[in-house]
Ligand binder design. Structure first.
Ligand code: ADP
Ligand code: TRP
Length: 323
């Protein structure tokens, strides 16, 4: 029996290379080894998207994004969260065994509070809905970037608490974080994130890639001066897009002197363009017939995910005495 892999992606706009290397690539690479359930967390994204047309389009786009990077819908169950309403039912049940002080420890909540943002109950409850997503499918592993690690730990804590109160019911999930891509840095050196406006979109056009890479700030060292590669945001991106030999050579020329930032950026632009071009073309091809492709995949995925969730909920309802 294969282990269960599950991970969600919010339909919150265009994916960037941080999403790809931090999470999407892992799902694609592991689709043979695990029974996989990548899904579109559309209920989660209601916290930020409150426009029906945008929501609808973004959901379709996530499916095309995933297909373009090589996810095979014959191998995995790709579905929308909202096709599994049992998740919101389980979320409510988990709400009743989770305390406010516990949820107040969530980084996302603390950040929002520190920035004096208006915090909806939906934002506050976000980790519990995520726990429900994970636990309802008997998930073993959850591939995510580092920023989601705490949420997966919370899902595990909540599962343990439920099991303590009602008896063994939920598997304890583990996050799967690839250390070398746990945090991809953006063009400004902070974590790459849609919310920071520092992304390189995964399907960017050549000119856009060129512009974004050229905008990466560097220090003022001249061509011949020795540079510390680990201090350079351009070099951080080289690690994702260079062969081992090329990376070694760039590193050597940084340290010895002789490579200027302009040349380093030119190499990076070329490598990113070569990497993105086939993905972008595949993505464009998928745009034809997208409504049909997407509807078929999501219908099938939704059914499978919902049936499994309903089986699990039968067990949960019996355990808590609700019939
Ligand atoms: P964003 O911060 O751009 O809104 P999301 O929250 O939608 O990204 O993240 C979707 C997935 O991509 C999550 O698993 C997240 O951990 C991963 N991810 C996002 N940004 C990065 C990054 N800079 N480095 C590594 N993984 C990332
Ligand atoms: N919170 C995740 C994000 O913003 C999305 C998500 C929702 C998720 N439910 C999940 C990820 C379950 C993994 C497992 O990226």
């Amino acid at each position: 029996m294969k282990k269960i892999l599950l991970t969600g992606i919010q339909p919150s706009g265009k994916p960037h290379i941080g999403n790809y290397f931090g999470m999407m690539k892992q799902v694609v690479d592991m689709q043979d080894e695990y029974e996989s359930f990548p899904f579109i967390a559309n209920y989660h994204s209601l916290n930020t998207i409150q426009n029906a047309e945008t929501m609808r389009e973004n959901i379709i786009n996530v499916v095309l994004d995933y297909l373009a990077v090589g996810l095979d819908p014959q191998k995995v169950t790709l579905f929308k969260q909202s096709d599994v309403p049992q998740v919101t039912e389980l979320c409510w049940i988990l709400n009743t065994i989770t305390t406010m002080p516990y949820l107040m420890r969530a980084h996302a909540f603390k950040d929002a509070e520190a920035k004096n943002k208006e915090i909806s109950i939906g934002i506050f409850d976000y980790p519990i809905l995520m726990a429900a997503d994970i636990l309802i499918q008997d998930t073993d592993v959850v591939p995510v970037g580092k920023d989601q690690q705490q949420h997966v730990e919370m899902a595990r804590d909540i599962a343990e608490k439920f099991n303590r109160i009602y008896g063994e019911t939920f598997k304890l999930p583990k996050s799967l974080i690839k250390e070398d891509v746990a945090v991809i840095l953006g063009t400004d050196g902070q974590k790459m994130s849609k919310s920071y406006g520092n992304t390189i979109p995964l399907f960017a056009e050549d000119e856009e890639i060129q512009k974004l890479v050229m905008s990466i700030p560097t220090d003022s060292k001249g061509v011949d001066e020795s540079k510390d590669p680990e201090e350079c945001n351009v070099f951080a991106l080289h690690k994702l897009f260079s062969s081992e030999d090329e990376l070694g050579e760039i590193k050597r020329r940084y340290v010895e002197g002789g490579m200027g930032y302009k040349e380093s950026k030119d190499i990076l632009v070329k490598n990113i363009q070569n990497f993105i071009q086939p993905l972008r073309e595949k993505r464009k091809e998928l745009e034809n017939n997208k409504e049909i492709i997407v509807a078929e995949i999501l219908k099938k995925g939704g059914e499978t995910a919902r049936e499994r969730a309903e089986e699990k909920m039968k067990e949960v309802r019996a355990k808590i005495g609700i019939f």
